[in-house]
Design a protein around this ligand. Sequence first.
Ligand code: BES
Ligand code: ZN
Length: 594
Amino acid sequence: MDTHSHARPSDAVITHLDLDIKVDMNAKRISGTASYDIAVPHGDRIILDTDDLEVEKVTDGSTQELKFNMGDSTRIGRALTIELPKGTDRITVQYRTGPNAKALQWLGPEQTADKIHPFLFTQGEAILSRTWIPIQDSPGIRFTYDAKVNVPTELMAVMSAINPQERSADGNYSFHMEHPIPAYLIALAVGDLDFAPIDDRTGVYAERGMLKRAAWEFEDTGNMLKAAEALYGPYRWGRYDLIVLPPSFPFGGMENPCLTFATPTIIAGDRSLTALVAHELAHSWSGNLVTNATWNDFWLNEGFTVYFESRISEALYGEEYAGMLQQLGRQDLLATLDDIAKGKHPEDSKLRLDLSGRDPDDGMTEVAYEKGAAFLRLLESKVGRDKFDAFLRDYFDRFAFQSMTTDRFLAHLNDHLLEPNHVTLDVDAWVDGKGLPADAPIPESDRFTKVEGQIEQWVAGKPAMQLDTKAWSTFEWMHFLRHLPADLSEQQMNELDAAFGFTKSGNAEVLAAWFEQCIRSDHDPAFARMDEFLNTVGRRKFLVPLYTAMLDSEKGRLMAQTIYRNARPNYHSVSVRTLDDILAWKDNHPPVTF
Ligand code: BES
Ligand code: ZN
């Protein structure tokens, strides 16, 4: 039972979607038809999810009009209930999107890399696909899809499917997804895009001015794919491409099948942030092949993926690299657990969630990612890597293209791993208990210990310029910035910035970690750059800590409101929703005066 969807698949369920839409970049509207194959026999009605959609007409396979009803608006949208005469195996819904469709971000040219043409992208996860397609929007319901998309001829359309590599003359594009996927994995991007191949299975789409840098940054994608296959079996989706979106994309990455959507903030110029590609690629198994049945089972998507990401990273870049990645993850987890324990929903620190009555987005935290991955690492340590890998490989094969509940996974785990290997383990504490169990493996990192040593020497008076930082990776810089002492003086901040050029850094992770320090130490010289950063980058993971840190002081609070007022129109709805909440933002917020 998925409490975040109106669909009742036991009454009637779709098996295939045919989308035929026109994208109007000026009116900021998508309109057209969605036709579905429906499994027969079925009950006398089918329910689709919609949110902010205008439904004009519903017909059956022989264009007979069907009666339909739009339910009340609820926090999960409006149910579209369609009467189904016996034996109806095909229906068509004519519809258009509303002006505030939450999945869609319509960008003006000034918000793109090349600044010439507008851009559109969609974000489906968790329950936003229903804002641009009437659909059974539950991760437990899968269907194949075909799409015809019409866009202005100067733009190109790409989807979560096998994609064109060239511009069409007439602005018409066709897509085919042959594998059944859940609705949250349907995605579309429209912009002035070009394509560059990486190898024969992988490549990258980006705006022209970005394409070369992107192709260089992601050169290892093909190797990641091979490493992933060597671990958990063949890649089943044909091609694996990436698209670099404009900076307002609210996530680091989104694992849309065949085409990962990525933030440009991972293009650091030195390939140091590409673990994100390993993460999204890993979802081609954990998440896209075996899918969380409801959002309460989100850890089955993300915990497995973080574990898998780390294994791919280790295979390519070694244990030290993976160790640092795990350490950073553990730091994020401990900070999140702290916040959750103090907040309104302490039960959000469980792996198995209960998100009924809430926006699922609110319960999707580091817990699913890092506590989930820690649980899998513990399992690995109990049976050894060989057995654990064999178990996971079999799991992805056996349940390919199916959805998975936490209960079903636990039963499978017990029968196929725990019992045969006589493993004793408090599974309940891990899955249904709060916080991090004491037997969580603690990742080791010599390199981080050395970073801490350098911080100690600096605090003891050694000039920053003389610290031993020569061979440091981005991860070490992040660890350094996260572990600086609180309340640094103006002079100390200046010294660090002069020695290491943080404010001028082109690395978004370094910048974001530095800005957090700048807020805490009220380091004025960085604020102009931070303002610019917050006005261009819409990645929620960076926005939340920075705005939150600003709220700690009166001066910061004012700065946060001023920056947010300016930047808010540039953010995607998912970031806006979160930040409105954090900043207690009201549309009629009084103007800030100095
Ligand atoms: N599937 C998520 C993004 C997501 C989660 C979208 C929940 C909507 C709701 C994606 O795979 C992800 O986890 N992205 C991370 C990067 C990753 C390296 C941890 C992100 O965006 O920061
Ligand atoms: Zn993920």
